[in-house]
Design a protein around this ligand. Structure first.
Ligand code: FCB
Length: 456
């Protein structure tokens, strides 16, 4: 077995989680700077003021990525670094920083995949109601147009938005991410609409400024897998079901809008609110990406009930889980990707997949993360099966280095590379070497390693 010959193997990161020095060189405040200042918002009162010091150490990290044989680096640009007031007066020093990052990737033979919005809205725009205001979509599109023109020819892959689902749910509904709001359903629907308009407008702006570049969106949401082959229809149905109580954390609420130009919730308040979206607004949102990025962590097992309707199966006691207590469900890489491909018929990339582990430096000075290796092994084997039913073209590990995990702070470690925060020293974890071998063999090792383990 092997993945397609041109399969893209990479790793991912984001600006606020890694760069540090968010106010350097004329940058503006972002909603994450402001949110981290609120007492109790982040575990241990931590923030991204230093993070992994990527602002100064990006070359070391990109060098390590290249040394693992990875051909692509997905990173994000901080909008507030470049557009401090959100008004299109560009901060040239901020832009120069991303010039250095992109040029460093290219010098190392690494393809830069640039995400334009990984949650750091300029605080100046939040003060004008952030994503509740349709002007924010226009401001984002202006930013995207400038970025695409500036990086044209150097950046071949742009991602408009990272996980609009999480922006809505954790940022505007549950209030545990910046900007920490708890809005009503009608207000949430207007945020959703403005995010989708931001995708549609920025997609067209990027296409115009950099016609050769490929443009995607990074989506996340529930992915279901069947208990047995007879339950597949129920799992598919539940994956895309939109209801008043379960719509924000779904792929359908974003991908149906941008790929199909519609969204069809079951009867209820959400359905009524969406019926008020005008045909012109649907047309603007409807900007079919060149590829869909899928951020994949876990999913739910579904069986068909007596009437065929989907039923969630409870997880057995002691179900395998990560340090964050997220369940380990590799099946999503097979079934979830098959369902997404059937529905949207677009190339798919795993733009994020990984886990947090309780990593630490062992007595021998190394970081032995067997749990991450086993997780990756299982998820990649399932992804390989998924390739038989879906056009899956690449895999980006979340994350390249340990980093600031939003409201959990630095307690959670997702990296292939360990960061010793007091010294900023980087240590390749065992999983980094394992992943490098998998990349070298384009996945041929995955089956062999199981057979070898079973004969012991
Ligand atoms: C995703 C985010 C990413 C990281 C991982 C663990 O939702 O896109 O920044 O926090 O989860």
């Amino acid at each position: 077995m092997a993945f397609r010959e041109d399969f893209v193997w990479g790793a991912a990161s984001s600006a606020y989680q890694t760069e540090g020095f968010p106010r350097a060189d004329g940058s503006g405040d972002s909603i994450w700077d402001a949110f981290c200042r609120q007492p109790g918002a982040i575990a241990n009162g931590e923030d991204g003021s230093v993070a992994c010091d990527g602002y100064h150490r990006f070359a070391e990290d990109i060098g390590l990525l290249a040394s693992l044989g990875l051909s692509a680096y997905r990173f994000s640009t901080s909008w507030a670094r470049i557009d401090p007031n959100g008004d299109g007066h560009w901060n040239e020093s901020g832009l120069r920083y991303y010039d250095r990052v992109v040029d460093c990737c290219l010098a190392n033979g690494v393809t830069p995949w640039m995400t334009l919005y990984h949650w750091e809205l300029p605080q100046a725009l939040e003060e004008k109601d952030g994503w509740q205001n349709s002007e924010t979509a226009a401001a984002f599109s202006r930013f995207a147009a400038m970025m695409a023109a500036h990086f044209e020819g150097r950046v071949s892959h742009f991602i408009t938005l990272n996980e609009p689902q999480i922006v809505l749910k954790l940022g505007y509904a549950d209030g545990i991410h910046a900007p920490g709001k708890r809005l009503s359903l009608p207000e949430l629907v207007s945020c959703w609409k403005n995010l989708m308009l931001a995708h549609g407008l920025s997609f067209r702006a990027i296409r115009k400024a950099a016609p050769e570049a490929l443009i995607g969106i990074a989506s996340t949401g529930k992915l279901c897998y069947p208990h047995s082959p007879a339950d597949e229809d129920a799992a598919r149905q539940e994956t895309f079901r939109l209801t008043d109580s379960d719509w924000m954390f779904t792929h359908a609420i974003v991908l149906d809008a941008v790929c199909l130009g519609r969204a069809e919730p079951e009867a209820g308040a959400l359905r009524k609110l969406l019926s008020e979206v005008t045909p012109e607004e649907w047309d603007t949102m409807h900007a079919v990406p060149d590829f869909i990025g899928v951020n994949s962590y876990n999913g739910s097992e579904i069986a068909a009930g007596p009437d065929g309707a989907p039923v969630y199966l409870p997880r057995p006691q002691g179900f395998a889980c990560t340090a964050l207590k997220w369940p380990i469900t590799p099946e999503i890489m097979e079934y979830g990707y098959a369902f997404l491909y059937e529905r949207y018929q677009l190339p798919l990339y795993v733009t994020e997949c990984g886990l947090s582990c309780n990593d630490h430096i062992f007595l021998d000075g190394q970081v032995h993360d067997a749990d991450r290796i086993d997780f990756l092994h299982r998820y990649l084997l399932a992804l390989y099966r998924g390739c038989e039913r879906a056009d899956i073209r690449g895999f980006f590990h979340w994350s390249l280095t340990d980093n600031f995990e939003w409201h959990s702070g630095y307690a959670e470690r997702f990296g292939l590379i360990y960061v010793d925060y007091p010294t900023q020293k980087r240590i390749l974890k065992d999983s980094a070497r394992w992943y490098a071998q998998t990349v070298r063999e384009n996945g041929k090792n995955l089956q062999r390693l199981i057979s070898a383990a079973q004969t012991h």
